[in-house]
Design a protein around this ligand. Structure first.
Ligand SMILES: [Fe+2]
Length: 443
């Protein structure tokens, strides 16, 4: 479900709508959920569900040929298309009417070179604002496949390349620099056997195996052009940003949110599973990789200025988690300074925090530049803008859209919109300006 708040001339209105996915439309016919989810594939009961899914497909009760995704992970805007994303499927194209009403247009078709269901679409594509290109990838947890793609500024598929991967891996995000896509292979493996041997989900983290980071030039056409780096095992779901430094850009600086290990069956955080922002330095000439934690803050859902993907950035923001809390539920927002001066002095990269009022919890906070309708206008620094997030007050069962000043990081919100119903914490969001709304494609 997409939740949207439209702000116009001092007023706000709220709309929600289910994305009309193939999954939803088929389940509507039965009047109840009939498709299983990854969380159902646990232990012997999960084995039974896997077998049952096969029977349902054989009997024609489930048709996965038109997609299996929830379209519930993230939203992106590119070339006039508003896309609802889930990494197990192709995007669903949405439309927002002038009144703020959300509707589903279609499941995106990129032509013969990007064939669903084999090829999917990451929930975290990366926009290069200098070229207008949208860089993305397709992964599938059950097999060692990873495919890279680029949509040009008109939204047409301009590049695709299949990467040879030695093993399957759970990969949720990617990064870009001006010249390369950054891809990952973490030792989080799909393994059906552990459903029986460990009574768990079919995903296991192999501590003894390395994590790999690949630099794939945007125009790579052979496996040899991808430079791979290795680091001791870690897991990451989200990248903050990456860019090139030094003569001929031979140093790649990347920030990501990482944890020491991952257990998909765990619902609560413990020390090794705590997520912290890390800095990764790749030296292309030496072929070396180094990684270090840059903050004691536990957090995820990193955001930066939306036009600075792949370029050097000074600021980033994440959610703040408390140790032991349910994963993904945030008590506030942390601001980071990613300058070499601070990093060289080994200072904590977190420079300010906003905490929601007592009893309030939130999801991802989106950074919105102040001159959002004219982003080329000079702003008072990269952090001149707002942080927007849905916050829920459990005791009163009331949700708000809260807006904070991203520069001052004052706990007092700039604006607070009481919503007519609860909005779930969700995964990722997006802010659209008036120009993007006006230019949104209707087909
Ligand atoms: Fe994500």
């Amino acid at each position: 479900m997409v939740h949207a708040v439209r702000i116009n001339n001092g007023t706000a209105n709220y709309c929600n709508a289910f994305v009309k996915t193939n999954r939803l439309e088929q389940q509507k016919l039965f009047g109840r959920p009939t498709w299983s989810k990854l969380a159902d594939y646990k232990g012997m009961a999960g084995v039974g569900i896997v077998l049952l899914e096969g029977v349902k497909m054989q009997m024609g009760l489930v048709d996965i040929s038109a997609g299996v995704g929830h379209a519930n992970t993230s939203v992106a805007y590119h070339a006039g298309r508003l896309l609802a994303l889930h990494e197990g499927d192709m995007p669903y194209q949405l439309h927002i009417s002038p009144e703020g009403r959300v509707s589903t247009l279609k499941r995106l078709n990129l032509g013969r070179r990007w064939n669903a269901p084999t090829d999917n679409f990451t929930a975290h594509p990366k926009l290069d604002s200098k070229t207008g290109d949208l860089h993305f990838l397709s992964t599938f947890i059950m097999t060692p496949q990873l495919k890279l793609g680029t949509l040009d500024s008109c939204g047409n598929l301009s590049y695709d390349f299949q990467v040879d991967m030695p093993q399957n891996s759970l990969v949720h995000d990617m990064a870009i620099t001006q010249s390369s896509k950054i891809i990952f292979n973490f030792p989080m493996r799909f393994d059906l056997a552990v459903m029986v041997t460990q009574n768990s989900l079919p995903l296991v983290f192999k501590d003894e195996q390395a994590s790999h980071i690949g630099l794939a030039p945007h125009t790579a056409t052979s496996q040899d052009q991808i430079q791979w780096f290795s680091l001791p095992s870690f897991m990451s779901f989200h990248c903050v940003n990456a860019w090139e430094e030094g003569p001929r850009g031979h140093i790649v600086r990347m920030y990501l949110i990482a944890m020491k290990r991952m257990d998909m069956s765990a619902s609560n955080l413990s020390d090794d599973y705590n997520m912290h922002m890390h800095e990764v330095t790749l030296d292309r000439m030496k072929g070396t990789a180094n990684m270090r934690k840059v903050t004691s803050i536990i957090g995820d859902n990193p955001v930066i200025h939306p036009l600075l993907q792949g370029q050097r950035t000074k600021h980033a923001w994440t959610t703040i988690f408390r140790p032991g809390d349910v994963m993904g539920v945030s008590v506030g927002i942390a601001k980071y300074e990613l300058t070499s001066r601070a990093m060289a002095a080994n200072q904590d990269a977190c420079v300010a925090q906003i905490f929601y009022p007592p009893g309030h919890l939130g999801g991802e906070a989106n950074f919105v530049p102040r001159n959002v309708n004219n982003p080329s206008m000079a702003c008072d620094g990269e952090d001149d803008g707002f942080l927007m997030c849905y916050v829920h007050h459990a005791e009163a069962n009331t949700s708000y859209l809260m807006v904070f000043d991203a520069k001052t990081m004052s706990d007092t919100p700039v604006a607070k919109v009481k919503l007519p119903q609860r909005v779930p914490y969700g995964f990722h969001g997006l802010f659209l300006n008036q120009e993007q709304l006006m230019n949104m494609k209707v087909v």
